[in-house]
Write a protein that binds this ligand. Structure first.
Ligand code: NAP
Length: 430
């Protein structure tokens, strides 16, 4: 048997400890698939005394993760610290420059510095693998870069954040409000103490930027992703969605259009019988649409020690076998520079919920505001009457340009009988 692949792991938190455990527990099948053993020989974290539930006593310990990059005994560096900047970035760059391949689960780092890292990997003829960075245990990176490589991808859409999906699912199933479910998710460990990266859509946007780069062969452009989170979704909207035959999901969507590439993360109404609508709880799913393959969907656990370690170790097995691929599916110099389409140019149907004073003429005023902005209505929903009181009315539009919809919203908000900021959710085919 050829010599073992020697691995250094920086970061021994949820994922790092999970990787150590998986390499130990499944050593037999991992060795068989890799063609040689994969051994952890060095580790790094902040607190050396912390019990992580895994055996570390025979491993080299580095207080400074970047020192691992120049350890001549380490073949591959696994970066599981997190964060788009140092020490994660410094470690990955130093390892690539030292001629070592790197495996990482760090979506923030790839979304922000993906081109620089790919260039460095190319210059030093080493690999940078990141299967675990998007949708945890779902092998979507390999699927896009290899399995679907012969296709022109038209669209990639996914539920990319398990915390948001758990919150939206609980709101729907239990009729509860956002803040209440978020507090429970934090208590159960599904949401961080500072949940803003998840619920404001940033985490999903990091992952979407990576998927879009792979799907469309374009340099990764995180700053071009339009991002909205789920703080504004209310129990009332979820109830109306159900009545209209939809479910509300936070989706990341990347689409090739004639004008360029559209990348956006926002709450969507998806038809309740569409495959993405049925993905509930902490599960993630990604749909890819290719010109020859048609539609492919992958679903699974998007986070947690086991699923994420599964993806990290799959990358290590590839490296042990000598299987490599360009970081973004093609050499950096040959990536396309297709333009990004701004959100103002997006065209789609919209759900609008207004709280209005129930008095004569209100509907006509709202219809007038929509007409003046060139927005045409498909349907309207209003239940009962409560003269002089606040009532919700729900409007569904025909396909409309986002800039016109925004103009209509401004007009509607200025109407005296409209009581609060309207709730607007885009309708997506799922
Ligand atoms: N958790 C998931 O389910 C999941 C899923 C997919 C991707 N990821 C990604 O995987 C990466 C790791 O996530 P995680 O959840 O495992 O994070 P975590 O539990 O917070 O662990 C981070 C680890 O990095 C170490 N660390 C932090 N700063 C350091 C420094 N300056 N020097 C040395 N070590 C340092 C910490 O050391 P101490 O333990 O000593 O504090 C800890 O062991 C992130 O990029 C994350 O986005 C996570």
């Amino acid at each position: 048997m050829t010599s073992a692949l020697a691995v250094g792991i920086a970061g021994l938190g949820t994922v790092g400890a999970g990787v150590v455990r998986l390499l130990h527990d499944n050593a037999d099948i991992i060795t068989a698939h890799a063609g040689r053993p994969i051994h952890v020989i060095a580790v790094s974290a902040r607190d050396r005394s912390r019990d992580r539930g895994v055996k570390l006593e025979f491993l080299r310990w580095y207080d400074r993760p970047v020192s691992m990059a120049t350890d001549p005994g380490v073949d591959v560096v696994v970066e599981l610290i997190g964060g788009s900047d140092d020490p994660a970035r410094a470690l990955v760059l130093a390892a690539l420059r030292a001629g070592k391949s790197v495996v990482t689960a760090n979506k923030a780092l790839l979304a922000r510095h993906g081109v620089e890292l790919a260039q460095t990997a190319e210059e030093h003829k080493v690999s940078l693998a990141f299967e675990a960075s998007v949708a945890g245990g779902i092998p979507i990176i390999k699927a896009l870069r290899e399995g679907l490589a012969a296709n022109r991808i038209r669209r990639v859409a996914g539920i990319l954040n398990g915390t948001c999906n758990f919150i939206l699912t609980s709101m729907r199933e239990q009729g509860r409000e956002f803040a209440d479910v978020l507090a429970e998710a934090q208590k159960r460990g599904y949401a961080e103490a500072d949940p803003s990266f998840d619920i404001d859509g940033v985490d999903a946007a990091h992952k979407l930027a990576i998927l879009a780069a792979l799907a469309f062969g374009r340099a990764v452009r995180f700053d071009d992703v339009h991002i909205e989170g789920i703080r504004g979704v209310s129990a009332l909207d979820i109830a109306f969605a159900r009545e209209l035959g939809y479910r509300i999901k936070l989706l990341g969507i990347a689409r090739r259009t004639e004008a360029g590439i559209e990348t956006r993360v926002h709450p969507c109404m998806v038809p309740e019988n569409s495959p993405l609508a049925r993905v509930d709880g902490v599960y993630n799913a990604v749909v890819a649409e290719g010109d020859f393959v048609g539609r492919v969907m992958l679903e699974g656990r998007g986070a947690g020690a086991g699923p994420t370690a599964s993806a990290v170790v799959a990358d290590l097995i590839d490296l042990a076998r000598g299987r490599t691929a360009p970081v973004w599916g093609a050499a950096v110099g040959s990536l396309s520079d297709a333009p990004s389409v701004p959100m103002s140019a997006y065209v789609g149907a919209y759900y609008l919920r207004l709280m209005v004073l129930d008095r004569p003429g209100v509907i006509a005023d709202v219809a007038g505001a929509l007409r003046d902005s060139g927005v045409s209505l498909e349907s309207m929903l209003q239940h009962g009457r409560a003269p002089g009181e606040a009532v919700p009315i729900v409007l569904v539009t025909h396909e409309t340009r986002e800039s016109q919809m925004r103009e209509a919203l401004d007009r509607i908000q200025r109407l005296e009988s409209v009581l609060e900021r309207p709730s607007m959710i885009r309708i997506e085919h799922g």
